[in-house]
Design a protein around this ligand. Structure first.
Ligand code: PEP
Ligand code: MG
Length: 883
């Protein structure tokens, strides 16, 4: 096997540049050499060598010696210098370079090849003694840090003391003799800390650096980084050895970093920084303040020091030409490192540049318009999850933040407002025009009005699919959940965090994209859903197969969803309508009634309200399917909890407090999520589902008559486990439909289907499809019941499960493809076998998660349904899944 690939001076052994073999940096150095760009000659030791190095227990094969020697000979041949030659020494840089860029790894050793003898040669050939000794001390410092892993603080301290002793404030004031003296000190430091003298043999230096690069692949830092970024340990890193070029050889030399487009805004303008008479790490380390690359950027910033465009116009023009070539060649925005050595430009690195969501969008659309990439490639290049950043107001990145604690980033967007501890106060203050943040230990359905009134929601408990998180995402409200650092005293209305106290009315800010909770108000910036966004969405829609619907239950949410491109409602959770202040009394009357007759009386009051809800939603969604789920949550959720509330509610319902409490305790359940809920309510109180069915069909006929555009109601039965349950429920719906149609002398098409959210339902899908006309996978409950982890309590331990690698990701966020996914595949297959073409969708939170959407595409579902603000994300993710 060949392990060494040369590049530069007309040679490019790597050919097209295989990233897997040569690593990202090596492949692109080779690639730049291949298209004739000025790359200092060098060679890459492959990632395969790294893997073999570990397999062989930290040893190299015999053959590598000769290969490395031939690599060095290649560099010597082109530069005319010789490695270790005291008269005219070759100096090299040694850098790591994995397939994906990995900040956790050893990065760079510069000036390798310097020793007590060659430093003299460097001084002679460069005619600059100060430069030579400065280079030598930099080399010892870097080598000691990254290869010998000695305490770099000691070296920095020695430099500081040397400057102080001489009365200097800047490195540039150090003379050749000062550097010489410092080199002696550095060497003494190495002996003291390493118990061996600094290596003088240049080959020892080289092999030391190579082994350090390979060794860094298994460093703790690198392992952590790999885990966080899903980079497999088998990949290994390459090593790049390259002739040194110097940006610190006087005023005609410089070094810099640049982006071919603005990585923050995406603007098609060069963006970068450079420093005259400096070496690369000076720019990165921020020792001197770098100068602007372009005149326009300098002027915009009102900065004085000349830009490179002004200070070195010819080299700048050459560099700009290289930018063009690189963008055309790699067909993406590039992040570049370069050096100018005495007027001559050298390219040290190029790679696809990291960018903000906004920039990613603009660059992708611009490049497609420029003809550099296709529309499909543009679609593939924007991370759907990053769109989130664009759809909600975000915190001004320039504003200072007083961070109090961190919770889960449950619903993106940022919000500031006055702290309130209960939903009623939230509503009241909102009506007075205040911005409020609702702070709760956890939220429950009865907080809905307060959540709606609040600008943001903060909870001390609960995971990513806790009530607060789900509802907040649905409403597009920013939410931080499970902020365990908070201690909330509801009685005293005090919030304690990190030794500080906040009271009702104190202003805080939450960032639902990061989970940060901050004191005071942090300014936000509004999203711009400008042209690029719309353009990319149109391109995405051209390639996607999956339909995208929305989980929405108010006309406003439906409108938002439709504006974002939803093609129907995939889940309308009717219970949320029951919490409305005007109806909750009737809902409670129904629950408190001890006879069917009493329940029917209360339901009669609810009927016109529900009918009105549905009519409004049908109007907004005219011409599109709307899936309405009949009542799902256990009834106790509608009853009061606190003492004060009991009295209030008892009065409103004209019953005694005792009776109310008795009923509440009767309804109490140990496992409400596995209790009296879903279609079990319909089985025991069929009149509830009857009322809802009637409201749906009456509303549908109203809208048909009013708009001429008949809605397509899809009545959905929740939490079905058996065919018989669905049969009973469908019979109710069909009977009511027939009644309403007969009464009105008109009809609409409708479907009756079920959620598949219990493992038994998935297993028996073949049988259930004999009755159900569509399936919608309720992956929240299906995840909860398949894994047996409570969706409301999981937040407390799930992070550890992810940290320890038991789950790759929170299964309530991204579908557990192997477990829950298998049930879905099986149910889809069995359902289709019974009823070919049965409509299949997903309406759990996963419907808005790109990885889960890819799974849905693979499984051949017909649609995904996501909260309104995730609709664009789902559209893009569905398109990418189809590519
Ligand atoms: C589900 O269980 O996935 C679902 C969509 O229903 P809910 O979240 O309302 O239980
Ligand atoms: Mg459910």
């Amino acid at each position: 096997t060949r392990y060494v690939y040369r590049f530069g001076g007309g040679v490019d052994d790597g050919g097209k540049g295989d990233r897997n073999l040569l690593g990202g940096k090596g492949a692109n150095l080779d690639g730049m050499a291949a298209i004739g760009l000025p790359v200092p000659p060098g060679f890459t030791i492959t990632t395969e060598m790294c893997t073999r190095y570990y397999v062989d227990g930290g040893k190299y094969p015999e053959s590598l010696n000769a290969e490395v020697a031939s690599g060095i000979a290649h560099i010597e041949g082109i530069t005319g210098k010789t490695f270790g030659n005291p008269a005219d020494p070759l100096l090299v840089s040694v850098r790591s370079g994995a397939r994906a860029s990995m900040p956790g790894m050893m990065d760079t050793v510069l000036n390798l090849g310097l020793n007590d003898e060659t430093v003299v040669g460097l001084a002679a050939t460069s005619g600059d003694e100060r430069f030579a000794w400065d280079s030598y001390r930099r080399f010892i410092q870097m080598y000691s840090d990254v290869v010998l892993e000695l305490d770099h603080g000691a070296f920095e301290e020695a430099l500081e003391i040397a400057k102080e002793d001489n009365g200097y404030s800047l490195d540039t004031e150090m003379t050749a003799d000062d550097w010489k003296a410092l080199v002696a000190e550095y060497k003494a430091l190495v002996e003291k800390l390493w118990n061996k003298p600094f290596p003088q043999d240049v080959h020892d230096q080289l092999w030391g650096a190579i082994s350090a690069v390979f060794g860094s692949w298994q460093s703790e830092r690198a392992k952590v980084y790999r885990r966080l970024n899903n980079i497999p340990g088998e990949w290994g890193t390459a090593v790049n050895v390259q002739a040194m070029v110097f940006g610190n050889m006087g005023e005609t030399s410089a070094t810099g970093v640049a982006f071919t487009r603005d990585p923050a805004t995406g603007e098609n303008a060069y963006y970068g920084e450079y420093l005259i008479n400096a070496q690369g790490e000076d720019v990165v380390a921020g020792i001197r303040t770098p100068q602007y690359l372009t005149k326009a950027a300098r002027e915009r910033a009102g900065a004085k020091p000349l830009s490179m465009e002004e200070a070195m116009p010819e080299t700048y023009a050459e560099l700009a030409g290289v930018f063009q070539i690189l963008e055309t060649h790699y067909r993406d925005m590039q992040d570049i490192e370069f050096t100018v050595q005495q007027g001559k430009l050298w390219m040290l690195q190029t790679r696809s540049g990291k960018r903000t969501a906004k920039a990613a969008l603009k660059i992708a659309v611009d490049m497609a318009h420029e003809g550099l990439i296709t529309e499909e490639e543009a679609v593939a290049r924007v991370d759907p999850a990053a769109l989130d950043q664009l759809l909600h107001p975000t915190l001004d990145p320039k504003a200072p933040r007083d961070v109090l604690t961190k919770g889960l980033p449950a619903s993106p967007g940022a919000a500031s407002g006055a702290i309130v501890f209960d939903a009623d106060t939230a509503e009241r203050r909102n009506e007075l025009g205040d911005s409020v943040i609702l702070v709760r230990v956890e939220t429950s359905p009865e907080d809905i009005h307060g959540m709606h009134a609040a600008k943001g929601i903060l909870t001390a408990r609960g995971g990513m699919t806790s009530h607060a998180a789900v509802v907040a995402r649905g409403m597009g409200r920013p939410c931080v959940s499970g902020a365990g650092g908070l201690s909330i005293d509801n009685a005293a209305k005090v919030l304690r965090v990190g030794g500080r106290e906040f009271r009702e009315g104190d202003i805080i800010t939450i960032d639902g994209a990061t989970g940060e909770v901050m004191a005071g108000e942090v300014p936000t910036v509004q999203p711009e859903l400008a042209g690029d966004f719309g353009t990319l969405m149109i391109w995405a829609d051209k390639v996607r197969r999956l339909k995208v619907r929305a989980n929405a239950e108010t006309p406003l949410d439906c409108q938002t969803a439709r504006d974002f491109g939803a093609e129907g409602v995939g889940l309308c959770r009717t219970e949320h309508m029951f919490f409305d202040a005007a109806r909750i009394t009737a809902v409670r009357e129904m629950i408190l009634a001890d006879s069917e007759k009493g329940r029917r009386l209360a339901l009669d009051k609810l009927l016109p309200e529900q009918r009105d809800d549905f009519a409004q939603i049908f109007m907004v969604m005219a011409g599109l399917p709307v899936t309405i789920r009949l009542l799902d949550p256990p009834l106790h959720e509608f009853l009061p909890h606190g003492e004060a509330e009991f009295e209030e509610v008892a009065k409103a319902a004209s019953v005694s407090v005792d009776m109310l409490k008795r009923r509440a305790s009767e309804l109490h359940e140990f496992n409400p999520m596995l209790g009296h809920r879903g279609c079990r309510l319909g089985v025991t109180y069929p009149e509830i589902y009857e009322m809802q069915a009637r409201a749906i069909f009456e509303a549908a006929l109203i809208v048909k008559q009013r708009s001429g555009d008949a809605p397509i109601p899809e009545v959905m039965i929740p939490l079905v486990a058996t065919k018989k349950e669905l049969e009973l429920m469908k019979a109710i719906v069909d009977r009511v439909a027939a009644e309403v149609f007969a009464e009105q002398g008109a009809s609409v098409d409708y479907l009756v289907g079920t959620m598949i959210e219990l493992p038994r339902a998935a297993l028996k899908a073949g049988e259930i499809a004999e009755v159900g006309e569509f399936f919608s996978f309720g992956t929240n409950d299906l995840t909860q019941t398949t894994i047996g982890i409570s969706r409301d309590d999981a937040g407390r331990f799930l992070t550890q499960y992810v940290d320890k690698g038991i789950f790759a990701r929170d299964p309530f966020v991204s579908i557990d493809v192997e477990g829950v996914g298998e049930l879905i595949e099986l149910a889809a297959e069995r359902g289709r076998a019974t009823r070919p073409g049965i409509k299949l969708g997903i309406c759990g939170e996963h419907g808005g998660d790109p990885a889960s959407i890819a799974f849905c595409e693979k499984t051949g579902l017909d649609y995904v349904s996501a909260s309104p603000y995730r609709v664009p994300i789902a559209r893009l993710a569905a398109a990418q899944a189809a590519l």
